[in-house]
Design a protein around this ligand. Structure first.
Ligand code: HEC
Length: 163
């Protein structure tokens, strides 16, 4: 309540002051206008910069997409770390069958279809190696749900290195 009264009396005072000194007001008004213009210009500049930065960020993004969807897989050494740290090695040996097919068998099945392997790892393509036992593999894809596009490509590159 007190604040309201303060604001009201402030307004009233302001009105009275305005009426009493109409001539004096003109000069500061002009000044104010100029100030506003300067402020507006500054704001516009800031906005422009922000837009420029956004546009550059977008360019970078599209660049990355082009680079990664160009067919080049990632770094197999990094992929090896992912493969081991996410528990994939428990069921996939390099060259012999265990619970899951060997990495060699998987790599041979995906030869020339690397993009499809990346899709499979994303859960967006069906199993082609041993589809009847996909029920065992399916929940494992949850272990890599949080990986970035690049990390998935590293993982695929590691698997493909056994071709
Ligand atoms: C519990 C055992 C088990 C674990 C752990 C496991 N897999 Fe599998 N995986 C399988 C089985 C069984 C298959 C065969 C079914 C199939 O082809 O989908 C398979 C198949 C695959 C295939 C071939 C898919 C296809 O097209 O048929 C890939 C690629 C694969 N696993 C990658 C991985 C990765 C990466 C991990 C770690 C995140 C992993 N697996 C963890 C059991 C496992």
């Amino acid at each position: 309540m007190k604040i309201k009264y303060l604001l009201l009396s402030g307004l009233l005072f302001g009105l009275v002051a305005c009426e009493q000194a109409p001539k004096k007001e003109e000069v500061p008004q002009q000044e104010q206008k100029q100030e506003q213009k300067v402020e507006q210009k500054a704001e516009q500049k800031v906005e422009q910069k922000a837009q420029e930065v956004k546009q550059e960020a977008k360019k970078e993004e599209t660049k990355q997409v082009v680079q990664t969807s160009g067919g080049a897989l990632g770094n197999p050494d990094k992929g090896k770390n992912v493969f081991q740290s996410r528990g994939c090695a428990a069921c996939h040996l390099p060259a012999s069958e265990s619970v899951g097919p060997s990495l060699k068998r998987i790599a041979q099945a995906y030869a020339g279809k690397e993009e499809q392997l990346v899709k499979f790892l994303k859960g967006k393509a069906p199993a082609i190696v041993d589809p009847e036992r996909f029920a065992i593999m399916k929940p494992q894809l949850n272990q890599i749900k949080d990986l970035s596009e690049q990390e998935l490509r590293d993982l695929a590159a590691y698997i493909m290195s056994y071709k």
